[in-house]
Design a protein around this ligand. Sequence first.
Ligand code: CP
Ligand code: NVA
Length: 306
Amino acid sequence: MLAGKDLLSVQDLSAQEIKAVFDRTRAFKRRPFGTQLKNKTLVMLFAKPSTRTRVSFEVGINQLGGDDIYLEFHDAQVSRGETIADTARVLSRYCDGIVARLFAHADLVEMAATADVPVINGLTDLFHPCQALTDLFTIEEKLGRLRGLKLAFVGDGNNNITHSLMHACSKLGVHLAVASPKGYGPRPEVVADFRKNAATTGAQLWLVTDPVQAATGADVVYTDTWVSMGEEAQAAARERALRPYQVNRQLLAHAPRALVMHDLPAHRGQEIASEVMDGPRSIIFDQAENRLHVEKALLALIFGKG
Ligand code: CP
Ligand code: NVA
């Protein structure tokens, strides 16, 4: 189903394809090694820092018998004017796939359109599909189901994590409440995607400004940094606007059964209190581990023979 395809956004995947990714993930958690990438080389083209995405992909590629080349964007000619399209054409002559972490999502779309090999989104300003797929896999692993659960996202509603969670939740029937300050809500086109997907799955979406309203009755409370990569110039204004949105003990009192998630890196004492991150309800480090397993499933399905 996914063989030879790009993965730019969760919106590109059907619910059936996501289920296939989750089934394959469970299989890799039982038997971690494979040969699906034997004699294959992927290029990891990264324009932003990364700990999880870089290491989990590199380890995953290795565990499937493949090889990778980490190419820092600023060390490549694309940083001094070679076009994205020409870069994609040339990389396609050498390697079997590209994992790219870029600023503008439009650049990734152009890369995928001009590359002759599959392109996987390792994060752009708009979307982080590998993260959201991992998040939903982790919730299902912990709670035994997805459909009908309520996830509360508290914080910056207009970022890559929120947008990809909106796609994943709406495709899989998970209700989503996003609590963010005025001016920090999700993009209208992603709200429209949610509503379109929800027509099939029945997922509900609440866009609110009150974190307590979002957290009440939630099965999962999720947050992300207030200042995403590339937004450093707005840091002071963002920290001011988002301060009332910290996930802490007081907020979690309104969500007595909720698990706590964060895609990481976390800024302890800002979007999440340290005691919550380290507390009994946090599944944050299992979530981080699952990046490896889910990405191997994606790699096997995209590059393997099934
Ligand atoms: N969550 C995530 O993608 O982390 P990195 O920025 O460390 O890759
Ligand atoms: N929203 C964050 C996610 C980091 C994995 C960022 O883009 O920096």
